[in-house]
Design a protein around this ligand. Structure first.
Ligand SMILES: [Zn+2]
Ligand SMILES: [Zn+2]
Length: 229
């Protein structure tokens, strides 16, 4: 509970000492309470204005930081695009050169070794050229998105990372499931050092010891305690 602290103040009109919570001055009738409430109200307003200003400055600062960040991201992407474009032409020249060599060596029936060699060089060249082309195109799209809407680009990056993470998780779960199918827990000793009794293994065992084989009707074998189930 808020405690109301009363204090003695001078009446702003006549100068007589009065309580600051008195409705009016006992001497001149001046509205003391109203006067101090107004002052308090003004102080509150000023404090509020200062807070609002600080908030606005903080907001502008954040916007500026974000702009800087997105400019840096775009600059980095553009540098990568430039790099990609720079190697595109030599790759193209290389690929076209070896394709021509291949065509000429087939046409004029050159040594088979030259045909094979130029074919390999050409295929590698075109392959890298296409990879570079595709990744540069992706980067160009990223820059367009980042320039249009940096928030959208950031969330797109997060979406991609999430998709990759989910795919990795699904793979991991599948791997574990396969693992547990291949190596289930032994019901006797709890070890996972178990194996599936293969049909061939079972057939050999039955062939050797006949129907006394412990492997009849059993799917798994524990390598630790030799339990079968
Ligand atoms: Zn007064
Ligand atoms: Zn066991």
């Amino acid at each position: 509970m808020e405690e109301k602290v009363m204090s003695i103040v001078k009446c702003p009109k006549c100068g007589r000492e009065v309580s600051d919570s008195a409705e009016a001055c006992t001497n001149c009738g001046y509205g003391i309470k109203e006067h101090f409430e107004e002052i308090k109200c003004k102080q509150d307003e000023e404090r509020h204005a200062i807070l609002e200003k600080a908030k606005e400055e903080e907001r502008l600062k954040r916007i500026k930081e974000k702009q800087k960040e997105s400019e840096a991201t775009i600059a980095k992407l553009q540098a990568n695009i430039k790099e990609g474009k720079k190697i595109a032409i030599p790759l193209l020249i290389w690929s076209v050169f070896w394709t021509i060599i291949l065509a000429v060596s087939i046409l004029y029936d050159f040594n088979g070794l030259i045909i094979v060699f130029s074919a390999i060089c050409g295929i590698i060249g075109w392959f890298i050229f296409c990879l570079n082309w595709a990744s540069t195109n992706d980067l160009v799209k990223d820059v367009e998105l980042a320039q249009k809407n940096s928030d959208e680009y950031e969330s797109e990056k997060i979406r991609r990372a999430e998709t990759a993470y989910k795919a990795a998780q699904i793979n991991e779960a599948r791997r574990k499931e396969e693992e547990s199918l291949k190596h289930p827990k032994c019901p006797l000793c709890g070890s996972t050092n178990t194996q599936v009794i293969s049909t061939l293994n079972r057939a050999v065992s039955i062939g050797a010891v006949g129907l006394a084989s412990s492997k009849i009707g059993k799917q798994y074998e524990c390598k630790k305690c030799r339990h079968k189930w």
